[in-house]
Design a protein around this ligand. Sequence first.
Ligand SMILES: [Zn+2]
Ligand SMILES: [Zn+2]
Length: 74
Amino acid sequence: MDPTREPTHTRCAISACGWCDRDGVDCRFCSGTGWWRPEQPHRDGSGVIVWLRVDEPCRGCAGTGKEHSPVVAS
Ligand SMILES: [Zn+2]
Ligand SMILES: [Zn+2]
């Protein structure tokens, strides 16, 4: 089991961000954790490509765990 992750930031880099001001809307990319776990290709010593899972701050929400979709729900 993974340890519980906390979002890396409480707010993104945008000052007065309207998305950060909203509460209760979890980022749909990371489900509000502020982290995502993509797999990245890595060539090992024998030239074989293996996929490694890495932890990165979520790019969808700048690690805040809050939805930052620019798409306005109609
Ligand atoms: Zn924001
Ligand atoms: Zn996110």
